[in-house]
Design a protein around this ligand. Structure first.
Ligand SMILES: Cc1cc2nc3c(=O)[nH]c(=O)nc-3n(C[C@H](O)[C@H](O)[C@H](O)COP(=O)(O)O)c2cc1C
Length: 232
């Protein structure tokens, strides 16, 4: 099994440590884990040139840093995205990377392998905001085509993992064990549900009448998705 992790920060605080707890539960000796830390692995902001949409992702001025991460996402069975809550949202450095992945959203060129993956999104906050973060991360995975997405948000009432109260830590461990068991159960047998199928169908209709972006349209034609072929 392959797991790709996008860490929304460089430091090893509560969010990182909870992610590590998940990895401990989810891995065995056959698991291959690839981890990326933002902004180290994708440091550049999107400049809004539209080249990824209209000319292809390799034409992005930051393709050299974005594409290795995009490839690791495509190859993974489980994609984990995590971020601490900053100002009621995800970290800016993670958003910067996710902006670069907009070309993989269903209205453009979703990768066929995304439709059989499991996603897990994780966030911590001191008091409030993890719902907004995990929802935004879930939205990204959903629009990439990932059909099964687990969300875990925890108000840790702390600024470091060391200062999280023991009773909270033991609750976190219980939660992680429970969610990990569900994930293990899903891996390798994922089928898109009605929401993913409906969104794909809507995007398919939009591509049929697409006369504004030949790069996207050619991609859908090449996949066979404007005919009878489906990515699942
Ligand atoms: C710049 C910044 C903004 C923050 N904004 C929020 C917030 O909106 N809501 C909240 O409850 N906690 C907020 N916090 C606290 C962190 O979300 C919280 O301590 C979190 O557990 C930190 O995760 P980490 O240990 O992985 O860095 C903020 C912290 C920082 C540094």
């Amino acid at each position: 099994m392959k797991i790709t992790v996008l860490h929304g920060q460089m430091h090893k605080g509560s969010t990182y440590n909870i992610t590590k707890l998940f990895l401990e539960k989810l891995t065995d000796k056959n698991t291959e884990i690839k981890e990326f830390f933002m902004p180290k692995h994708a440091p550049s902001f999107c400049v809004g040139c539209f080249k990824c949409f209209t000319e292809g992702e390799e034409k992005c001025p930051h393709a050299d840093t974005v594409q290795p991460v995009a490839k690791a996402i495509e190859e993974a069975d489980l994609v984990i995205i995590e971020s601490p809550c900053y100002a009621l949202g995800m970290s800016g450095q993670l958003k910067t990377f996710l902006d670069h992945m907009s070309y993989r959203w269903m209205p453009h060129r979703p990768h066929p392998r995304m439709f059989s993956k499991v996603g897990l999104v994780i966030s911590t906050a001191a008091g409030t905001g993890t719902r907004k973060v995990t929802k935004a991360l879930q939205d990204n995975l959903f629009y990439w085509g990932v059909p099964i997405i687990y969300r875990y948000g925890k108000n840790v009432s702390a600024s470091s993992f060391e200062s999280v109260k023991p009773e909270k830590k033991s609750q976190i461990e219980k939660d992680v064990t429970k969610i990990s068991a569900k994930i293990v159960n899903q891996l390798g047998r994922v089928k898109p549900g009605i929401k993913t199928k409906a969104m794909f169908q809507l995007m398919r209709l939009s591509q049929k009448s697409n006369n504004w972006n030949p790069t996207d349209k050619e991609y859908w034609l090449k996949q066979g998705w404007l005919g009878r072929v489906k990515p699942w």
